[in-house]
Structure formats: C-alpha cells, structure tokens
Design a protein around this ligand. Structure first.
Ligand code: 8Y4
Length: 275
C-alpha cells in the first residue's frame, strides 16, 4: 500500500508520522501574522529533521468550542507557510481544511494532500478534491467543533463511524476521486466520549479491514487526561503510547505533535516487531 503524491510516493508498510503544524496567531504576543508564519516554518523544519513523513498545516482551530474562521483569513495563515516549507524541503505537505477555496490555494502553494475533518462535506469540496487529484483524508465527526462534545450519542459507534466513512468513500469515488487516494480516519475526540474513543480504538482492525490507508489522531487529546485521571499529566507519554498502540493495530499514519518521540518509539517497535 502506498500514497502517491504529485512528486513522490510514500510506502505505508511501516507506520508513517504526520507532524501537526498549527498556524494560529499567538494571542499572547502581538507580532502579527509574520511572527506566526516564522514560528510555524521553524517548527516545520524541525519536524522534518525529527523524521516527519508529512507536515499537516492548519489555520482553523477545530478544538472543542472553537469558532469558525473566514476563508481569506485561513488562506492568509496557511499559504505562506506551505510555500515556504515546499521551497525549503521535499517533505509532502497536507493542508488541514474543509474549505474548497483553501484546498485550491493550498494545492497551488505546493500542498500534496488534503486533510478534512468534515470529510469533504462542505459544498464544492468533493469536486475540488477530485479536480486536484491529491490524496485526501476523510475524517468522521459528529456535529460541529463548537458543540460536538456537548452530548455525543451513538447506538453503535463503531458501526456508525464505519458506515459514515464508507458512504463518504462512495460519494468521493462517484465524483471521480481514486480509491487509492482515499485515507480514512475515525476522528478521535470529534463528538466522542472516552467510551466512544475506546470502542473505536479497540476496533481499529475493522477500519484496517476496509483496505484504505488508516490515519489516527490521538496526540495530546483529552482521552489521555481522562485515562490517567490527571488534568496536569505530561501528555507526551500518553500520546506516544497511543500512537504505538495504533501502529500495532495496523494504523498507517499517525498525526502527532511530538514527532521526535513518536518516530523513536516507532523505530524501536519496527526493529523488534515479529520477534
Ligand atoms: C491538544 C491539542 C488537544 C490538539 C487536542 C487537540 C485530527 C485532525 C485534528 C484527527 C485528522 C486536535 C485537524 C484536533 N484532529 N485531522 N485534525 N485526524 N485527520 N486537538 O484526529 O489535534 S485537530
């Protein structure tokens, strides 16, 4: 199994690391957008040194309770950073967005992949993704970021998330997106309680069974605090442990903040796997 980017392909026989790059203006300093771009580029280059296989660049916060961002603002945040990363490295960049205009602008700036927490559900997104002909990650979310953690409800979370992703795959394929370009993601923490997240985690084999590459994002999420019953715990150990557990269950890509630690853990795991 592999992902074909416009200028390279990524073998998914070992678990790959997608490094998270948030481009959100720092509310504590007033350095403006340039300072945010500069800090983001430096972190991107650091993640490349640390062994990231993909850099995921996002401008819209999708944390629980976050409010939406305008299209022009989102483009102003992510495009200069994508351009700079692509000018300075050959690592594939994904653009974390739900807006078709941002997908187009990101691809024009050099992005090789789309990462959409709304699974191309925004009007026009499926058509733009088909036209761009890039790998795309379809993620499941119940509700919208502002309210999704209010009272998530499922009769059967695993079946419902799998069905949703299968339906989105069908819509994408009908619009001309190649099956080989579709990555799926159950969307940990997106309209899910701890129990929902645990049920999904223990059923990752069913997602692997779809035959599509599986991306997992659990890095620093509240699931870790809840499992440790400690609001002030160091989230890195929990994040690396979950990334490793996901890899053992067959995840192809893990989306993480702590690239160096995750890459180290996965390398050690790969060296002893099968012994
Ligand atoms: C601390 C820091 C606590 C960050 C929570 C968070 C996913 C994703 C996000 C994911 C895919 C996040 C954009 C949420 N999560 N994309 N995006 N999968 N494909 N929260 O799980 O990192 S943002």
């Amino acid at each position: 199994m592999q992902l074909c980017f416009p200028s390279a392909s990524l073998e998914l026989g070992v678990t790959r690391v997608m490094g998270i790059l948030n481009v959100t203006p720092d509310s504590f300093s007033d350095g403006g957008l340039y300072a945010s771009h500069d800090a983001a580029l430096r972190r991107a280059l650091e993640m490349v040194e640390e062994g990231a296989d993909i850099i995921d660049v996002g401008g819209e916060s999708t944390r629980p309770g976050a409010t939406p961002l305008g299209t022009a603002e989102e483009i102003d945040r992510v495009v200069p950073v994508i351009e700079a990363i692509c000018r300075l490295t050959s690592v594939p960049v994904s653009v974390d967005t739900s807006k078709p205009e941002v997908m187009r602008a990101g691809a024009a700036a050099g992005a090789s992949m789309l990462n959409d927490v709304r699974a191309l559900g925004v009007e026009g997104a499926v058509e733009v993704a088909a036209e761009l002909n890039l790998p795309v990650c379809l993620m499941h979310m119940q509700g919208e970021p502002r309210t999704m953690q209010a009272e998530p409800h499922y009769a059967d979370v695993v079946a419902e998330v799998l069905n949703y992703l299968q339906e989105r795959i069908a819509v994408c394929v009908a619009a001309g997106i190649k099956t080989s370009n579709i990555v799926i993601d159950p969307g940990f923490g997106f309209g899910k309680t701890l129990e929902h997240n645990l049920a999904l985690f223990s059923s990752l084999d069913e997602f692997v069974g779809t035959g599509q590459p599986l991306l997992i994002g659990v890095s620093r999420k509240s699931m870790i605090l809840k499992l440790l019953n400690d609001e002030s715990c160091d989230r890195v150990i929990g994040s690396v442990t979950l990334a490793l557990a996901a890899a053992r269950k067959g995840a192809h890509i893990v989306r993480v903040h702590d690239v160096r630690q995750t890459v180290d853990a996965l390398r050690i795991e790969a060296a002893v796997a099968g012994f």
